[in-house]
Design a protein around this ligand. Structure first.
Ligand SMILES: Nc1ncnc2c1ncn2[C@@H]1O[C@H](COP(=O)(O)OP(=O)(O)OP(=O)(O)O)[C@@H](O)[C@H]1O
Length: 252
């Protein structure tokens, strides 16, 4: 099967400084993929290249090829805004739009895309909130401010907001690092279900989390992708001694 994402010789720079070096990575549809490695090794930098977030960072430059379902993400004529709809993103800290209600947060991307039909918006909002395992908790308070939700609920709201526009890939940058263990467990559980509707690439510092939720794992070190493989293999039989040192906790 052709990969949903194919990165080919990707180099990323901030000014003169190279943060990611020659990364080659294929990600299969309907899987969860974890990016692990010590602080500063380039995980977030690589993640942000996938939906062209570096376009917004002065001095940042991406070289090489990133194909989304065969289409060059950086190709001439590709609208970065459209690309960011196809590749959704959830950040470390929940960031619901603070002045909007729960409902308006979920449908914000749809409204921007010109969808106005209220029946349709409600259907998609319900489906997205169910997809983010939040519907039961918020169905009676859809019109209340999103800021009234707990941190864990706000993060699931951000996941619902990302799901509403049916992204082909969902990028998650340490999505549980600001959450308590119960909220973290809920989001980890939910990822398995999300594989039915999208493909997930998650940056995590937590190796137990990577081992629990992901199908494949990529180990980064100093801007290099050292090793990529099935998660079980990376954690139990790594091929590179640097991967072994990291997953056994000898540094990082
Ligand atoms: N906007 C920026 N401008 C300049 N250098 C940056 C910028 N963002 C990141 N870097 C540098 O690029 C390198 C990779 O950073 P990146 O944030 O991708 O690492 P990371 O593996 O995600 O780290 P962490 O796990 O701490 O989030 C680091 O040396 C970092 O200091």
């Amino acid at each position: 099967m052709s990969p949903i994402l194919s990165a080919q010789n990707v180099n990323i720079y901030y000014g003169d400084k190279q943060a990611v070096r020659g990364v080659n990575l294929n990600v299969q549809r309907g899987t969860v993929n974890a990016l692990i490695g010590p602080s500063g090794c380039g995980k977030t930098t690589f993640l942000r290249a996938i939906n062209r977030m570096h376009d917004l960072t002065p001095g940042a430059r991406v070289e090489g090829t990133i194909l989304l379902d065969g289409e060059n993400v950086y190709g001439a004529g590709v609208d970065p805004v459209v690309m960011r709809r196809r590749v959704g993103m959830v950040f470390q800290k929940p960031n619901p739009f603070p002045t909007m209600s729960v409902f308006d947060n979920v449908v914000s991307g749809l409204k921007l895309a010109g969808i106005r039909d209220s029946r349709r918006l409600m259907d998609i909002a319900e489906r997205s909130l169910r997809g983010a395992a939040l519907w039961e908790e918020v169905k009676d308070r859809l019109k209340t401010p999103a800021t009234g939700l707990s941190g864990g609920q706000q993060q699931r709201l951000c996941i619902a907001r990302a799901l509403a526009v049916e992204p082909e890939i969902l990028l998650m940058d340490e999505p549980t690092s600001a959450l308590d263990p119960a909220s973290t467990a809920k989001i980890e559980e939910l990822m398995t279900g999300l594989k039915q509707v999208t493909t997930i690439i998650i940056v995590t510092h937590n190796m137990h989390q990577a081992a629990r939720v992901s199908d494949t794992t990529s180990f980064f070190l100093n801007g290099d992708l050292v090793e990529h493989g099935v998660t079980d293999q990376i954690f139990t039989a790594p091929r590179d001694e640097r991967t072994e040192a990291y997953v056994t906790g000898r540094f990082g």
